[in-house]
Design a protein around this ligand. Structure first.
Ligand code: A2P
Ligand code: MG
Length: 424
C-alpha cells in the first residue's frame, strides 16, 4: 500500500515537472527576448552608436564588409570619393594638355572640356548607385549636343578616365556606355534643387579661372538631405598631400600636380572630416582632419579668392586689419580654400560680396561647408546668417561667406558686420 502511494507521489512529481517544463518552453522566449533587448538598450546607452561605430569603422576602401557596423551615409561617401577621384583623372589629363579646350559661355565665363567630362563621369557614378537621386550640376549638355568636335573630344576623355582598380571602377558603374549616355548624364544635372529629399550639388571644376591659369582648382560634390549639406567631397589635384604643409602665397599660382600633390577631402555630417592622397585606383587610407585651435586671432592666416571680382579684397583686408592680422592673405581659387582651413593649413575664409546682385551657387559651397563644419568650424554668410541650401540652385537669401574655427567665429563675424555696416 505504502509503495502504491509512493509510486503515485513520484508520478505526480514527474507530471508536475513535465507541466513546468512545457510551460517554460511556451513562456520563456518572450521573457528571454525582452531581457536581451533590455541588455542591448543598456549597452547602446553606455556606448552610443557613433562611439561603437568609431571603434569598428574601417578606413574607406572598396572591400565591402557586411559584418562591420557602418556609419551614416558611408556608402554615399565612398561613392562620392571614388566618383570625384575618377573625375580628377580626367581633369588632370586636361590640365596637362596644352590646349585646354576653352570655349566661351554666353556669360563669358570659361568652360572647358574638363568641366563637361567630369560632370558626365560623376553623374553617371551617382546614377549607377542611387538612380532616384537628383543632381544640381553646374553644366548642361547644350553645347555638347550642338558641337560634334567638342562632343568627340569629351567622349575620348571620358572613355580614357578609368580607375586602375577594377573593384573601385565596378562600384561606380564602370565606363559610360555610349555617347548618348554621356549626354544624358551631363543633362541629369538640371535639378532645380529644393528643401525635400536627396539632392547632390556638383561643381565638376570649381575655380575654372585657376584651372586655366595653372593654379588651384577643385572637383566638388555634396549630398544634401532635405536641403542640408550632409556628405561633402572635394578633390584638389594641386594641393600638397601633407596636411601640415604651410600655406604660402605661391599656393594659388604656378601649381602643378607633380608627385606628392593631390588631396581628397571627405566628410559626413556628425561623423568627422578626413583627407587622403588622391590616387588613380582605389581609395587610399584617410586620416581625420581638424581646424587649428586659434588662441591668438592676430596670428591667423586668412584665405580669399584670387579673383577680385568674386570677393572684395578691400573688405577682406579691412576685416583682417581690425582682427590684428598682419600676415598677407593667401589667395587661391576654388573650394581648395575650404579644404585648406579644414586641415589647419589656414584659419579663416573670407568671401565678402562684391556685387549687390550676385547669388552664390550651392555647388560652390555645399561640399566645403560640410568639411569645415566637421573639422570644427562654423560657416555662415557675411551677416552671420546660416547658408540656406534648400531654396534652389543658388543661395539667394545669403550674401558672402565667412568660415572660421568655432572658438573665434563670434569675434570674426562681429568684425565682418562692423565693416559691412560702415558701408551701408
Ligand atoms: N561676382 C561673383 N561673386 C562671387 N562669386 C562669383 C562671382 N562670379 C563668379 N563667381 C563664382 O566664384 C567661383 C569661384 O570662386 P573662387 O574665386 O573662390 O575660385 C566660381 O564658381 C564662379 O562662378 P562661375 O563658375 O560662374 O564663374
Ligand atoms: Mg565653381
Amino acid at each position: 500500500m505504502t509503495s502504491f502511494f509512493t509510486q503515485l507521489h513520484k508520478k505526480k512529481i514527474t507530471l508536475l515537472s513535465l507541466i513546468i517544463l512545457a510551460t517554460s518552453f511556451i513562456l520563456a522566449p518572450p521573457f528571454l527576448s525582452r531581457s536581451v533587448s533590455r541588455l542591448v538598450q543598456l549597452k547602446s546607452h553606455l556606448y552610443p552608436s557613433s562611439a561603437i561605430q568609431q571603434k569598428l569603422r574601417r578606413p574607406f576602401n572598396t572591400t565591402p564588409n557586411r559584418y562591420i557596423a557602418r556609419m551614416a551615409y558611408e556608402n554615399e561617401l565612398e561613392v562620392a570619393l571614388l566618383a570625384v577621384q575618377r573625375a580628377t583623372l580626367l581633369t588632370k589629363s586636361v590640365f596637362h594638355s596644352h590646349s585646354k579646350g576653352t570655349l566661351t559661355k554666353s556669360d563669358n565665363s570659361p568652360v572647358t572640356i574638363g568641366d563637361l567630362g567630369a560632370q558626365a563621369l560623376i553623374i553617371s557614378s551617382i546614377k549607377h548607385v542611387f538612380p532616384e537621386d537628383e543632381v544640381v550640376g553646374e553644366e548642361d549638355a547644350d553645347d555638347l549636343r550642338k558641337d560634334e568636335a567638342l562632343r568627340s573630344l569629351v567622349w575620348d576623355l571620358v572613355q580614357a578616365a578609368k580607375l586602375d582598380d577594377s573593384a573601385a571602377e565596378d562600384k561606380i558603374g564602370g565606363p559610360i556606355k555610349s555617347v548618348d549616355a554621356m549626354l544624358d548624364s551631363v543633362d541629369s544635372g538640371r535639378s532645380a534643387g529644393g528643401r525635400k529629399g536627396r539632392i547632390w550639388a556638383l561643381d565638376p571644376i570649381d575655380g575654372t579661372k585657376g584651372f586655366l591659369r595653372g593654379g588651384q582648382y577643385a572637383v566638388c560634390l555634396a549630398l544634401m538631405i532635405d536641403g542640408v549639406p550632409t556628405v561633402g567631397v572635394i578633390g584638389t589635384p594641386n594641393l600638397p598631400v601633407d596636411d601640415k604643409a604651410p600655406l604660402d602665397a605661391d599656393i594659388g599660382a604656378n601649381a602643378d600636380d607633380s608627385d606628392g600633390k593631390g588631396v581628397l577631402f571627405g566628410a559626413v555630417k556628425g561623423e568627422g572630416a578626413t583627407s587622403r592622397p588622391l590616387s588613380s585606383g582605389g581609395l587610399k587610407e584617410g586620416s581625420k582632419i581638424f581646424m587649428k585651435p586659434l588662441n591668438d586671432i592676430s596670428q591667423a592666416t586668412f584665405c580669399e579668392s584670387v579673383e577680385a571680382g568674386h570677393s572684395s579684397h578691400g573688405d577682406n583686408a579691412a576685416i583682417a586689419s581690425k582682427l590684428g592680422i598682419t600676415k598677407p592673405s593667401v589667395r587661391m581659387d576654388s573650394q581648395a580654400k575650404y579644404g585648406s582651413i579644414a586641415r589647419g593649413a589656414g584659419d579663416l575664409y573670407l568671401r565678402l560680396p562684391v556685387s549687390k546682385t550676385y547669388q552664390e551657387k550651392i555647388w560652390d559651397h555645399a561640399a566645403g561647408v560640410v568639411i569645415v563644419q566637421e573639422a570644427g568650424g562654423e560657416v555662415t554668410d557675411a551677416w552671420g546668417k546660416p547658408l540656406d541650401f534648400g531654396i534652389g540652385r543658388t543661395l539667394k537669401d545669403n550674401k558672402g561667406v565667412v568660415a572660421a574655427p568655432k572658438g573665434v567665429f563670434p569675434r570674426v563675424i562681429e568684425v565682418v558686420k562692423e565693416v559691412l555696416g560702415a558701408k551701408e
